[in-house]
Design a protein around this ligand. Structure first.
Ligand code: SF4
Length: 71
């Protein structure tokens, strides 16, 4: 399973960090970081996970749909 953050689209609302602080953290530039992720060839951030934990809720809570989960 993989989580992908299209960080360019993030509007910094903080919902993901509030819902799932283990994986998401709002940064000083006003956008969120997917903790422990790497930049991929498409310019998005991604990381592999084995347990979805609270990331489903974070994805569903994002108002601009910039958090994708690939199962
Ligand atoms: S919920 Fe979406 S828009 Fe809001 S901070 Fe997280 S990634 Fe950005």
């Amino acid at each position: 399973m993989k989580i992908i953050l299209e960080r360019e689209k993030c509007i910094g609302c903080g919902a993901c960090a509030a819902i799932c602080s283990k994986h998401w953290e709002l940064k000083d530039d006003g956008k969120t970081d997917l903790i422990g992720s790497n930049l991929n060839s498409e310019g998005n951030y991604e990381k592999e996970i084995t347990d979805i934990e609270c990331n489903q809720e974070a994805s569903e809570g994002c108002p601009v749909n910039c958090i994708k989960i690939i199962k």
